[in-house]
Write a new protein. Structure first.
Length: 471
């Protein structure tokens, strides 16, 4: 009789095959390109996440600590900049050089944040003496942050879309790209967990101004690390050939496309809505029409409840643990359950919607006036934290759909640029709502509207790209 394989043999064989595929792909290059990309991504994400957490708090302090208006204006300006210029940035990346484009973009990101943080620290120091021009200082902070935001978009498109897809291509199959993208998301989430704790502890132990100086220093030191890592990858002959092949192929196709539309921006938007998976991508952008996130508005609101800044940073970091878990669950579902990216995304987004129900309750007028501040904040932040499992799982699933299915692949920068513009549009609408409803007692209306937006995104994805046979 034929011998039966022992229990678990198929799982072990699958794991060994995946490890062998990874080793064979890595052997093509003379450098550990994935490790270098991970290191560069960590350096970039750490400084950016420190500023993302600190900016709202520093602006809240600059505004006197009683209004969310400066914080909401900051968020609005960032979203408006990305909405207007996102597609343009994507086009520039598509036409750019695979070596100089990400290096220059990371320079703009790092030094833009450093200058914004230094401006905030200086303004808070002067405010202590009553000698500060608040509108001018806030304008500087916002202007430098907008430059950093656009540069960050360019660097992400360059590395996460062009570099990752080009280097992961080969005999090893799509699982390499899934693993690479999942690990980069995990690194980003690790920074979202740890960077706010560090920034919050510095604020509590010293002052917000000192925290601003720390953010500036972290970003200034990050750029040399990023450059060394990326240049080490590009100088490897195999890696360079993979990258240049992707870019040169896009150059060869560009002339045939330039006759179909009068401007690059119009062409980019037409390309976006011609994609088969645009409903899922649009649903992802709708998730930005929310204040139920760990952004500046909700962070500032929780502070108005009397919660210490160190506790707020801990809340945020614990919440990102669930997002990190999603980056590990997604590859497992792909490998062991055989589900498509679209089906996995459907599971994740409905989970997110369900977990935001207690958050809406915690943000309500009833909770603010009938529950202790720590209880209402735990409902609000706890629900948002657990919902991050669904949010990041959906984000990762749709991102992989975009990486694998954009046609033509060389136009991915323009398509992703439009995607970021749409995300910024919805984020800007949330910022406008925050400016109009800036009193903390009105936060409940923002929270309820956020839940409705997530519900709309879930319905759109489920009944279009989430259908059987899609994705």
């Amino acid at each position: 009789p034929p011998l039966e394989a022992p229990p678990g043999a198929e799982r072990v064989r699958g794991e060994m095959t995946a490890q062998l595929d990874d080793a064979l792909l890595q052997a093509r290059a003379g450098v550990p390109w994935r490790t270098l990309i991970y290191t560069s991504h960590f350096a970039s994400a750490w400084g950016e996440r420190m500023w993302e957490f600190s900016a709202g708090i520093l602006l809240l302090g600059l505004g006197g600590g009683r209004s969310l208006q400066l914080t909401a204006t900051f968020a609005f300006a960032l979203q408006l900049t990305q909405m207007l210029l996102g597609a343009k940035v994507g086009g520039l990346v598509d036409r750019g050089n695979p070596q100089t484009t990400p290096v220059a973009a990371l320079a703009g990101q790092s030094f833009g944040i450093a200058l914004a943080a230094l401006s905030a620290a200086s303004a808070l120091h002067l405010a202590a003496d009553g000698d500060v021009n608040v509108p001018f200082s806030a304008g500087l902070i916002i202007a430098f942050s907008c430059v950093a935001k656009l540069s960050s978009l360019a660097s992400k498109i360059s590395v996460e879309n062009h570099w990752a897809v080009a280097l992961a291509a080969g005999e090893a199959g799509p699982q390499v790209l899934t693993k690479l993208t999942s690990n980069m998301r995990a690194i980003d989430l690790s920074c979202k967990m740890m960077a706010p704790i560090v920034a919050g502890l510095i604020m509590s132990a010293f002052s917000p101004a000192i925290a601003g100086l720390a953010v500036a220093l972290a970003n200034a030191l990050a750029w040399p690390v990023e450059v060394i890592c990326l240049l080490s990858v590009y100088r490897d002959p195999w890696c360079r050939s993979q990258l240049e092949a992707r870019y040169h192929k896009g150059d060869a196709q560009a002339p045939s496309k330039s006759n179909s539309a009068p401007t690059l921006e119009e062409n980019a938007w037409k390309l976006y809505f011609s994609q088969r998976i645009w409903p899922s991508a649009f649903a992802l952008s709708m998730l930005h029409l929310t204040v139920l996130s760990f952004g500046q508005l909700m962070t500032a609101y929780v502070l108005t409840l009397g919660v210490d800044v160190a506790i707020v940073s801990l809340y945020r970091s614990l919440g990102e643990v669930f997002g990190f878990a999603a980056t590990q669950m997604k590859p497992w579902l792909d490998k062991h359950q055989g589900l498509s990216h679209a089906h996995v995304a459907t599971i994740f987004i409905w989970f997110q919607l369900a977990m935001l129900v207690p958050s809406a309750v915690g943000a309500s007028f009833w909770a603010r006036h009938n529950l202790a501040s720590i209880t209402s904040s735990m409902l609000l932040v706890g629900g948002v934290g657990v919902s991050r499992f669904g949010l990041w799982g959906f984000d990762l699933s749709v991102s992989l759909m975009l990486q694998n299915e954009i046609q033509p692949p060389q136009a991915s920068g323009r398509v992703i640029g439009v995607q970021r513009s749409l995300e910024a549009t919805f984020g800007m609408l949330a910022g406008v709502a925050g400016i109009m409803l800036s009193d903390p007692s009105q936060f409940q209306y923002l929270a309820f509207g956020s839940w409705v937006s997530v519900c709309g995104a879930a319905v759109l994805h489920t009944f279009t790209a989430g259908c059987p046979g899609r994705g």
